[in-house]
Design a protein around this ligand. Sequence first.
Ligand SMILES: [Zn+2]
Length: 158
Amino acid sequence: MGETPPLEVRTHTALHVLKGAVQKVLGARWTAGVYVKGSHGRLTVKYHRKPSREEMERVEEEANRKIEEDAPIEELEMTREEAEERWGDAIYDLFPLPPGVKRLKILHIEGWNVNACRERHTETTGEIGRIKIRKFRYRPSRELLEISFDILDEYPSI
Ligand SMILES: [Zn+2]
Protein backbone atom coordinates (compact mmCIF):
# COMPACT_ATOMS: atom_id res chain seq x y z
CA MET A 1 0.00 0.00 0.00
CA GLY A 2 0.98 3.63 -0.14
CA GLU A 3 1.82 3.68 -3.84
CA THR A 4 -0.60 5.40 -6.20
CA PRO A 5 -1.74 2.98 -8.93
CA PRO A 6 -1.17 4.16 -12.52
CA LEU A 7 -3.82 6.60 -13.74
CA GLU A 8 -5.30 4.37 -16.47
CA VAL A 9 -5.55 1.46 -14.03
CA ARG A 10 -7.71 3.70 -11.85
CA THR A 11 -9.77 4.93 -14.81
CA HIS A 12 -10.31 1.36 -16.03
CA THR A 13 -11.34 0.19 -12.55
CA ALA A 14 -13.78 3.10 -12.41
CA LEU A 15 -15.61 1.55 -15.39
CA HIS A 16 -16.50 -1.45 -13.22
CA VAL A 17 -17.66 0.70 -10.32
CA LEU A 18 -19.69 2.92 -12.65
CA LYS A 19 -21.21 -0.15 -14.33
CA GLY A 20 -22.35 -1.43 -10.93
CA ALA A 21 -24.05 1.91 -10.27
CA VAL A 22 -25.66 1.98 -13.73
CA GLN A 23 -27.00 -1.51 -13.16
CA LYS A 24 -28.31 -0.62 -9.70
CA VAL A 25 -29.98 2.68 -10.63
CA LEU A 26 -31.11 2.04 -14.22
CA GLY A 27 -31.16 -1.75 -14.40
CA ALA A 28 -28.93 -1.68 -17.49
CA ARG A 29 -27.32 -5.06 -17.79
CA TRP A 30 -25.14 -5.21 -20.92
CA THR A 31 -21.92 -3.32 -21.52
CA ALA A 32 -21.56 -2.53 -25.21
CA GLY A 33 -18.21 -0.76 -25.11
CA VAL A 34 -15.54 0.84 -22.95
CA TYR A 35 -12.88 3.47 -23.59
CA VAL A 36 -10.03 4.72 -21.41
CA LYS A 37 -7.53 7.48 -22.04
CA GLY A 38 -5.64 9.04 -19.15
CA SER A 39 -8.14 10.21 -16.56
CA HIS A 40 -10.99 10.07 -19.07
CA GLY A 41 -13.29 7.10 -19.52
CA ARG A 42 -16.46 6.21 -21.36
CA LEU A 43 -18.89 3.41 -20.63
CA THR A 44 -21.49 2.43 -23.23
CA VAL A 45 -24.41 0.23 -22.17
CA LYS A 46 -27.45 -1.16 -23.89
CA TYR A 47 -30.53 0.69 -22.66
CA HIS A 48 -34.10 1.18 -23.84
CA ARG A 49 -34.62 4.89 -23.08
CA LYS A 50 -32.89 8.17 -22.31
CA PRO A 51 -32.38 8.48 -18.56
CA SER A 52 -33.18 11.73 -16.76
CA ARG A 53 -30.52 14.07 -15.40
CA GLU A 54 -31.65 13.14 -11.87
CA GLU A 55 -31.13 9.45 -12.60
CA MET A 56 -27.62 10.12 -13.88
CA GLU A 57 -26.87 12.17 -10.76
CA ARG A 58 -27.91 9.16 -8.70
CA VAL A 59 -25.63 6.94 -10.79
CA GLU A 60 -22.71 9.25 -9.97
CA GLU A 61 -23.65 9.34 -6.28
CA GLU A 62 -23.92 5.56 -6.03
CA ALA A 63 -20.57 5.08 -7.79
CA ASN A 64 -18.84 7.52 -5.44
CA ARG A 65 -20.50 5.93 -2.43
CA LYS A 66 -18.94 2.63 -3.49
CA ILE A 67 -15.57 4.37 -3.79
CA GLU A 68 -15.95 5.89 -0.32
CA GLU A 69 -16.64 2.39 1.05
CA ASP A 70 -13.15 1.44 -0.15
CA ALA A 71 -14.49 -2.01 -1.05
CA PRO A 72 -11.98 -4.76 -1.86
CA ILE A 73 -11.52 -5.69 -5.52
CA GLU A 74 -10.96 -9.38 -6.14
CA GLU A 75 -9.17 -10.72 -9.19
CA LEU A 76 -9.80 -14.42 -9.67
CA GLU A 77 -8.74 -16.91 -12.29
CA MET A 78 -10.79 -20.00 -13.08
CA THR A 79 -12.19 -22.11 -15.87
CA ARG A 80 -15.05 -20.76 -17.88
CA GLU A 81 -17.28 -23.55 -16.56
CA GLU A 82 -16.54 -22.63 -12.94
CA ALA A 83 -17.21 -18.96 -13.60
CA GLU A 84 -20.49 -19.66 -15.42
CA GLU A 85 -21.60 -22.00 -12.67
CA ARG A 86 -21.04 -19.28 -10.09
CA TRP A 87 -22.32 -16.18 -11.89
CA GLY A 88 -24.05 -17.29 -15.09
CA ASP A 89 -23.85 -14.82 -17.95
CA ALA A 90 -23.34 -11.89 -15.54
CA ILE A 91 -19.60 -12.20 -16.29
CA TYR A 92 -20.13 -11.38 -19.97
CA ASP A 93 -20.55 -8.20 -21.95
CA LEU A 94 -22.77 -7.64 -24.97
CA PHE A 95 -20.22 -9.17 -27.31
CA PRO A 96 -19.36 -12.62 -25.97
CA LEU A 97 -15.87 -14.08 -25.61
CA PRO A 98 -14.80 -16.51 -28.32
CA PRO A 99 -15.68 -20.13 -27.47
CA GLY A 100 -11.96 -21.03 -27.60
CA VAL A 101 -11.27 -19.07 -24.41
CA LYS A 102 -11.27 -21.68 -21.65
CA ARG A 103 -9.77 -19.87 -18.66
CA LEU A 104 -11.03 -16.53 -17.47
CA LYS A 105 -9.76 -13.76 -15.28
CA ILE A 106 -12.64 -12.45 -13.27
CA LEU A 107 -12.98 -9.09 -11.61
CA HIS A 108 -15.30 -9.23 -8.62
CA ILE A 109 -16.57 -6.45 -6.40
CA GLU A 110 -18.87 -8.17 -3.93
CA GLY A 111 -22.53 -7.36 -4.53
CA TRP A 112 -21.60 -4.76 -7.14
CA ASN A 113 -19.88 -5.96 -10.31
CA VAL A 114 -18.53 -9.19 -11.75
CA ASN A 115 -16.92 -9.30 -15.16
CA ALA A 116 -14.53 -11.41 -17.20
CA CYS A 117 -11.66 -8.94 -17.61
CA ARG A 118 -7.92 -9.26 -18.22
CA GLU A 119 -6.99 -5.65 -17.48
CA ARG A 120 -5.21 -4.44 -14.34
CA HIS A 121 -7.28 -3.09 -11.46
CA THR A 122 -6.74 -1.22 -8.22
CA GLU A 123 -6.88 -3.29 -5.02
CA THR A 124 -9.78 -1.37 -3.52
CA THR A 125 -12.42 0.99 -4.88
CA GLY A 126 -11.03 3.81 -2.75
CA GLU A 127 -7.85 3.93 -4.82
CA ILE A 128 -9.82 5.17 -7.84
CA GLY A 129 -10.22 8.70 -6.42
CA ARG A 130 -13.56 10.11 -7.45
CA ILE A 131 -15.82 9.73 -10.50
CA LYS A 132 -17.26 12.82 -12.17
CA ILE A 133 -19.78 12.18 -14.96
CA ARG A 134 -19.11 14.85 -17.60
CA LYS A 135 -21.90 14.05 -20.02
CA PHE A 136 -24.21 11.34 -21.20
CA ARG A 137 -25.67 10.74 -24.58
CA TYR A 138 -28.46 8.42 -25.66
CA ARG A 139 -28.62 6.96 -29.16
CA PRO A 140 -32.21 5.77 -29.60
CA SER A 141 -31.64 4.05 -32.94
CA ARG A 142 -29.10 1.68 -31.42
CA GLU A 143 -30.48 1.77 -27.86
CA LEU A 144 -27.09 2.77 -26.51
CA LEU A 145 -26.32 5.00 -23.56
CA GLU A 146 -22.82 6.54 -23.51
CA ILE A 147 -21.54 7.88 -20.21
CA SER A 148 -18.37 10.00 -20.27
CA PHE A 149 -16.52 10.60 -17.03
CA ASP A 150 -13.28 11.75 -15.51
CA ILE A 151 -11.35 10.49 -12.55
CA LEU A 152 -10.68 13.30 -10.13
CA ASP A 153 -7.40 13.08 -8.35
CA GLU A 154 -8.41 12.78 -4.75
CA TYR A 155 -6.20 9.81 -4.05
CA PRO A 156 -4.51 10.30 -0.68
CA SER A 157 -0.88 11.30 -1.17
CA ILE A 158 0.47 9.30 1.77
ZN1 LIG B 1 -11.48 -4.64 -15.76
